[in-house]
Design a protein. Structure first.
Length: 433
């Protein structure tokens, strides 16, 4: 975890103090259930809650000797609880604590990320409606295609992040499972009702078959979902970066008073936030392959996944939390230049209306092949003039074109508003679904 790219609430989930607090709650709830079943004295279960405590430094010191983190934790708690501590961890194995704790941490991390997505969606919705009918050029292969609106662009991102929210909710449900099933997962030394009790108390569901660990396909899906969200962040960040290029300059990140863009060139206003988001997205996605490789553990359990998850659990969630918050700020403060958008749209002499003329010619009886040839013939002249020539005027001067269409009919095909007649329909699909 790099503090520069971390926020307090998410970081706190992964602090040793928070982890050991979850471990304690798992052990204490399990002992409560064992007491209710008559396996351990009720007084012992009560003593664990009343006297139970731990110190991170002490746990670390014990672990340095015993080389086992859960044993070190139990030993430290026992130092506070006294003789009743012998009833803790009855019939349990280390993975019962570790895997259930990770499930709690990841589900709580998901809750923060879902809240982050809600804030981003709200920002996108507001900005999309603000520019619902702001004309801009749609590009394919980076080349002018046909007119769209900037609001439609943002509506597309809203829809994508809405899907990501649904995916994350599903991934949270998938990961939020509890395993208190003992060695190799047979419940030989602990009653399944203990697992059910702990699951309820910790806000989890029970894992149907846990071997000695919770199956890592759940974790793989969770981190894959984070990777998809990161890719969506990068897609929007890349769009902003392109729009901010000097030659385009249709939108740009907010540049605050006193901000500096370059140590050498005082004129620079660089898209540093969205470039940063592109890099952060790569880091989140870097967790996906290790999570996939964790699925294939040996037999009922090995620990090859353990070191991996100590990295990717905190790093991926903390980084994604920061990235979503940063992207929300970019969207909220995005500076949009409608006049520049319209200027760029009109830059190439009306080429963006070529399809409408093509279709009009075919509807007037011209074969598609000939219609394409006629429009392209004139369009290439405009292209080669760098937009100095007008496609409309060239078409009106082309006798083969005017043999099929009147000048008025040609002019009708250059109506910009024609392209936006279904914007309301799309917005209704996106925002009122």
């Amino acid at each position: 975890m790099v503090p520069r790219y971390a926020r307090p609430a998410m970081t706190a989930l992964w602090e040793p103090e928070a982890k050991f607090r979850i471990w304690f709650e798992i052990e204490a709830h399990a002992t409560d259930a064992l007491a209710d079943l008559g396996v351990v004295p009720k007084e012992a279960a009560a003593a664990i809650w009343e006297k139970g405590a731990f110190e991170v430094d002490r746990i670390d010191a014990i672990e340095a000797e015993v080389k086992h983190d859960v044993i070190a934790f139990l030993t430290n708690v026992a130092e506070h609880v006294g003789p009743e501590a012998r009833f803790m961890h009855q019939g349990m194995t280390s993975s019962d604590v570790l895997d259930t704790c990770l499930a709690v941490q990841l589900s709580r991390a998901a809750d923060i990320l879902i809240d982050d997505l809600d804030k981003l969606l709200n920002a996108l919705k507001h900005k999309a409606h603000e520019h619902k009918l702001t004309p801009t050029i749609g590009r394919s292969h980076g080349i002018h295609a046909e007119p769209v609106t900037f609001g439609l662009k943002l509506a597309g991102y809203y829809a994508e992040f809405s899907r990501n929210r649904d995916r994350l909710i599903a991934a949270r449900s998938d990961i939020a499972t509890c395993a208190i099933s003992g060695a190799v997962g047979t419940f030989a030394n602990i009653d399944p009702r203990v697992e059910a009790h702990v699951a309820e108390k910790m806000g989890l569901s029970i894992e149907p078959v846990s071997t000695q660990v919770i199956p890592r396909d759940r974790h793989a899906m969770f981190f894959a979902t984070l990777g998809v969200i990161a890719s969506s962040i990068e897609r929007l960040a890349t769009e902003v970066r392109h729009l901010q290029r000097t030659e385009v300059l249709e939108a740009e990140e907010y540049f605050s008073p006193g901000q500096k863009g370059s140590s050498a060139m005082p004129h620079k206003r660089n898209p540093v936030l969205t470039e940063n988001l592109t890099g952060l997205a790569r880091m989140v996605r870097s967790a996906v392959i290790p999570a996939m490789e964790n699925v294939a553990l040996w037999h009922e359990r090995d620990i090859s996944h353990s070191s991996v998850e100590r990295f990717i659990g905190p790093d991926a969630t903390i980084t994604l939390d920061f990235a979503l918050a940063r992207l929300t700020g970019v969207v909220e403060k995005l500076v949009v230049y409608p006049e520049r958008m319209l200027k760029n749209l009109n830059k190439m002499g009306g080429l963006v209306h070529s399809q409408r003329v093509l279709l009009a010619l075919t509807q007037a009886g011209v074969s598609r092949e000939d219609a394409y040839r006629l429009v392209q013939r004139n369009a290439m002249k405009v292209w080669e003039s760098d937009g100095a020539l007008s496609l409309l005027e060239l078409l009106k001067a082309d006798s083969e074109v005017t043999a099929a269409l009147t000048p008025e009919q040609i002019e009708e095909r250059f109506d910009l508003d024609y392209h936006f007649k279904h914007v309301d329909t799309i917005f209704d699909r996106v925002f009122n679904a």
